[in-house]
Write a protein that binds this ligand. Structure first.
Ligand code: PDD
Length: 279
């Protein structure tokens, strides 16, 4: 485990953030979570592009060039000697006495980054199939920006875990958007469906990998379109995707079994191909 804050390495869990930091008072920050595999960041360039886009959309000034940020990430991987893990990276707008409106000229963005080991045994266990519940999507209409302002997500995830589910599938006006902290795919007649990458979902990097690299490489068709709850309930197969878990088969939806109650054929093939791509 190694932690970086504003230009220096600090003790993990160090109390270095100002109580006036807008990330703390307003959730006014953007973030990324990337996987470290074999001591290297997987799909980093995609995460980097999304991070810089989030900053542009949030009007947070960029203080570090993409090259310098990449170098810092590489140093974190090297110095920590972590092989299987993840990096959490957060940039807040900065610290100022609490006032809703921000003044760009008086704020210095604050950058936090840490690298941690992952419990690979727990992840492999989820690969055998998990339970999901359905909940209303109560978030704002710019969830394509990856901000730390995650109240609806954490409430939904907590409700799911209280019901012994892995996570929740969210619905906005009966349309399935994504998971509380992942994207959602439905498989019907061997074709995959997922919500289009608009302002109503986070354009997940794992989702993007499935669409552009994994599915084409094994001849699986993925269609980006809106679908409703009935379509989800009628699915042959269902799965979540996210950076930490990869492809996570959903074998139970609320009280019902999905398909035959085991991870689906298409889901398995996508999962195996993604795992291979990450090696
Ligand atoms: N969550 N949608 C939401 C709402 C998410 O929070 C995430 C990821 C995803 C999947 O994106 P990706 O494939 O890029 O991880 C989709 C991260 C892991 C988190 O908040 O910890």
């Amino acid at each position: 485990e190694l932690t970086y804050f504003n230009g220096e390495f600090v003790e993990p869990g160090a109390k270095v953030v100002s109580i006036d930091d807008r990330g703390y008072t307003f959730g006014d920050a953007v973030y990324e979570v990337t996987r470290v595999v074999n001591g290297r960041c997987f799909a980093w360039s995609y995460h980097q592009d999304r991070l810089y886009r989030s900053m542009r959309e949030m009007d947070i000034p960029v203080k570090m060039t993409p090259d310098d940020l990449t170098e810092l990430l590489e140093i974190m991987c090297e110095q920590s000697e972590i092989k299987d893990g993840y990096i959490y990276l957060q940039i807040s707008r900065g610290a100022a006495p609490r006032h809703h409106a921000y003044d760009r000229s008086k704020l210095e963005p604050q950058m936090l980054m840490y690298i941690k080991n992952l419990d690979m045994d727990a992840i492999r266990k989820d690969e055998d199939g998990v339970k999901a519940i359905c909940l209303p999507d109560e978030r704002w209409l710019h969830v394509d920006i990856k901000t730390t302002n995650l109240i609806p997500n954490i409430l939904a995830q907590t409700k799911a875990e209280k019901k012994f589910a892995y996570s929740a599938i969210l619905f906005r006006d009966d349309i399935c958007t994504e998971g509380a902290c992942s994207n959602v795919f439905v498989v019907k007649d061997e074709i995959c469906y997922t919500h289009p990458a608009d302002n109503k979902i986070l354009k997940g990097i794992t989702r993007q990998m499935i669409l552009t690299r994994v599915a084409p490489s094994i001849g699986v068709t993925v269609i980006e379109k809106e679908f409703d709850r009935a379509f989800v309930e009628d699915a042959d197969e269902l799965f979540f995707t996210d950076t930490i878990g990869g492809v996570i088969p959903i074998t139970k939806l609320e009280r019902n079994v999905v398909g035959d109650g085991k991870p689906g054929k298409v889901t398995k093939r996508l999962q195996e191909s993604l795992n291979k791509l990450m090696e």
